[in-house]
Design a protein around this ligand. Structure first.
Ligand code: ASP
Length: 365
């Protein structure tokens, strides 16, 4: 008998190790561990980042390796997750988010839409590096066809750090993903006790834990004292109302971002066109302004059918539509920052090349 129990424990540990090593879904394991029927089922899709990062010293909060710990390690580090949901993890990638690309973005989005069809999942959490977290979040906000909660989470300190913020951020994200209140609010970003909309929130500080801010439109809510508080709703179209469908896509149109600065020139525009860009986002100065020299490049690109979208590198505010936009068939990015304007532009270009129609997308999403 003792021998049989030992054999069983041994084979279980082999299965777990194998799942992790081969990057296969570890749902089989999570599903065999007692499911509490009273709790919601939350799927955690892991992509890497600092939340999966580790350093050799507890005080090292910058020179660590991101994207090294597997999802099972992250889940096991927070046993309290079991009190708020039946959690189950799956490793989509394990990268630093500066290496997130369209291929992984499509893989992640398709996987969520696929899991939604099974009806076995009530809410999703995506763990992600913070550097490009808002880009992935906004992409999911536009392509996930469900009103079920989807919460993107990361951390600013690696798991090994003194006062690591990952475990509590993960716990809060799972709690939000398992909640009724988070339904139909579009994709949410939660770090540091805040709940923000993927459309509005942005990373504002290189190293601090309060880096994700929503200065202009505000947060949607907060999580405090183990309770979720929602105060606002996103007003822009998302998820179930979105027309963008990635089901049959294996790649996305190339859209580049060109920064505006004093003494800039047209050659980045010429280079982007030559490299095959279908759209160019201008991270312009002020109200999306562009120098006369750069404007020559933008106009030449627009004449070749490349969609030119004026955004701003200021960090806040709306880029207003001006006479020059009508004259040159330019699009304005509304209040989307350049990196999010790029996300919407890629999806818009899967539907149309008409600047007027693309402007309409920027007015409503
Ligand atoms: N470079 C890391 C990443 O984005 C930083 C982080 O996760 O905070 O993956």
């Amino acid at each position: 008998m003792i021998f049989l129990i030992a054999l069983y424990v041994f084979s279980e540990s082999i299965t777990a190790t194998h799942s992790l090593a081969s990057n296969r879904p570890i749902e089989e394991k999570a599903e065999t561990t007692s499911k509490n029927q009273k709790l919601k089922n939350v799927k955690i899709l892991a992509t890497g980042g600092t939340i999966a990062g580790s350093a050799s010293s507890k005080t090292d909060t910058t020179g660590y390796q991101a994207g090294v710990l597997g999802i099972e390690t992250l889940i096991n580090a927070v046993p309290e997750l079991k009190q708020v949901a039946n959690v189950c993890g799956e490793q989509i990638a394990n990268i630093r988010s500066q290496n997130m690309d369209n291929k992984i973005l499509l893989k992640l989005s398709k996987r969520i839409n696929e899991l939604l069809k099974t009806k076995a999942v009530d809410g999703f959490v995506v763990t992600h590096g913070t550097d490009t977290l808002e880009e992935t979040a906004y992409f999911l906000n536009l392509v996930i066809k469900s009103s079920k909660p989807v919460v993107i989470v990361g951390s600013m300190r690696p798991a090994s750090a003194l006062s690591a913020d990952g475990p509590l951020n993960l716990y809060n994200a799972v709690k939000i993903a398992a909640s009724e209140e988070a339904k139909n609010k579009g994709v949410l970003i939660s770090l540091n006790g805040r709940i923000g909309s993927a459309r509005y929130i942005t990373k504002t500080n290189t190293t601090t834990t309060d880096t994700f801010q929503s200065e202009e439109q505000g947060y949607l809510g907060a999580i405090a004292g183990n309770k979720i508080y929602f105060y606002n709703e996103p007003t822009r179209k998302h998820t179930t109302e979105s027309v963008f469908d990635i089901t049959k896509l294996d790649e996305l149109p190339q859209v580049d971002i060109i920064y505006g600065y004093q003494n800039d020139n047209r050659y980045f525009y010429d280079a982007a066109v030559k490299a095959g860009a279908k759209g160019i986002i201008i991270a312009g100065v002020g109200n999306g302004s562009i120098s006369d020299h750069a404007l020559e490049g933008a106009k030449a690109a627009a004449k070749k059918g490349v969609i030119i979208i004026r955004s701003s590198h200021v960090g806040n505010g709306i880029v207003t539509r001006e006479k020059t936009d009508d004259e040159n068939n330019f699009v304005t990015a509304d209040s989307l920052n350049p990196q999010k304007a790029r996300i919407l532009a890629m999806l818009a270009l899967t539907k149309t090349n008409d600047p007027k129609e693309i402007q309409r997308f920027f007015n409503v999403y």
